[in-house]
Design a protein around this ligand. Structure first.
Ligand SMILES: [Zn+2]
Length: 396
């Protein structure tokens, strides 16, 4: 087994490096002690031993889901869903662990959690520890304004106290999550919600986090909630439905990353009962968001793939391929979609040291897709194998 061998070669039919470079064909990869030491043209046909033959397959970096909720399952049964949304850690731990396994099987080796009411993802992160194949980056509980949306994923705080609350928590969390708008209406297309916080309060919180080395992710839909988050220096906008072109340009200028979570609306549209009018609004939201993503690409906004896994109809793991497919529908090339779902996410999470592009000097961590790039672009499927540091990940 290669796992036992310090040094081996691998022949890849195609390699997508995750940096947005066009797919290379016939690549010979040299691996030493879990690290890629060389990439060479393997077209000559000669293959050094010991070697692995993936000449019919495509290699990509491991994927990163920049927005999940590990504590939530995408189940449609409302009673079961309600139970899950008030359960204790001991009840949820098996569920969260199953989600983690589903993510690993899909080749997602790092997630950025968007928060839960009990700080459960933080606890799970500590229990998994650094040796676990899935890196969990957790905010603990999100912050939302009193009387506004966000109870399920966090706790309420007054705007004036937001920065202080962030400073108090900073030592135990990986990033800050702030909720700055409501949810998208599923009864009235495009109905905006008011921002939750003042720009100045948001800015103080972002700075308090940044002084402690933490980034801030902001849930925001609609122009004004997004505008405040971007002006305040937020590092990423989550969802960003109906923000409009002007805000996309501002995001590009400020280096703010967009995590559009487009697949959430596909999830609603496909999971709500037939004939439910909310499904139609969800479908319109979906179409509208695809147009925004297309505009973001033309404008040069940095997009990272995040699914909001755990929301209705959005499963941990497989949904990353649906989100990538929606990027393709918005005009991304396959290589750009892979970059958004790997290196862009790794940078946003600060895990690019072990989940960066496939290049010499980088960890031998990749996914094997039994498809050509043309087939992948037509119908993305989960990988057949996941490698970490030169060795295949074994199912538990
Ligand atoms: Zn979320």
């Amino acid at each position: 087994m290669p796992a036992m061998i310090d040094r081996y070669w691998l022949k890849a039919g195609w390699l997508i490096d995750g940096a947005g470079t066009p797919a290379q064909s016939n690549v010979l990869v040299e691996i030493r002690e879990g690290v890629i030491v060389g990439l060479a043209d393997g077209a000559g046909g000669e293959r050094p031993d010991p070697g692995l033959d993936f000449s019919e397959s495509t290699l990509t970096p491991a994927l990163v889901d920049a927005h999940v909720h590990l504590f939530m399952s995408p189940i449609a049964d409302e009673a079961a869903r309600r139970r899950q949304l008030s359960a204790r850690y001991d009840d949820l731990k098996p569920v969260m662990t199953r989600h983690a396994r589903d993510l690993i099987r899909a080749g997602v080796l790092a997630v950025r959690d968007g928060g839960d009411y009990g700080g459960f993802s933080l606890r799970l992160r500590d229990e998994f520890g650094p040796g676990y194949p899935l890196t969990v980056r957790a905010p603990g509980r999100a912050w939302h304004a009193r009387g506004r949306y966000g109870k399920l994923i966090g706790r309420a705080v007054g705007g004036a106290d937001l920065a202080g609350a962030v400073a108090d928590e900073a030592a135990r969390i990986d990033h800050v999550k702030v909720v700055n708008s409501g949810l998208n209406s599923l009864t009235r297309f495009g109905r905006p919600t008011a921002p939750q916080f003042e720009t100045s309060d948001l800015a103080r919180a972002v700075q308090a986090a940044a002084r402690r080395g933490l980034k801030t992710m902001v849930h925001a839909n609609g122009a004004e909630p997004v505008r405040r988050a971007v002006v305040a220096g937020g590092h990423s906008i989550e969802h960003g439905f109906f923000m409009g072109s002007e805000l996309l340009s501002l995001m590009r200028d400020r280096g703010c990353v967009w995590v559009p979570t487009t697949v959430t609306m596909k999830g609603y549209a496909e999971t709500l009962p037939p004939g439910d009018p909310r499904a139609d609004v969800a479908r319109r939201n979906l179409e509208h968001q695809i147009e925004q993503v297309s505009r973001a690409r033309s404008l040069g906004v940095q997009v990272a793939c995040g699914t909001d896994a755990g929301t209705l109809g959005v499963a941990h793991g497989p949904s990353i391929f649906e989100e990538m497919s929606l990027l393709l529908a918005a005009g991304f090339s396959l290589e750009e979609a892979v970059a958004a779902a790997s290196v862009a996410g790794a940078e946003l999470l600060g895990v690019e040291d072990h989940l960066g592009p496939l290049a010499p000097g980088r960890p031998a961590t990749w996914l094997v897709f039994d498809q050509t790039p043309v087939e992948m672009a037509r119908a993305l499927r989960p990988p057949s194998q996941v490698f970490v540091n030169g060795a295949p990940v074994q199912e538990e």
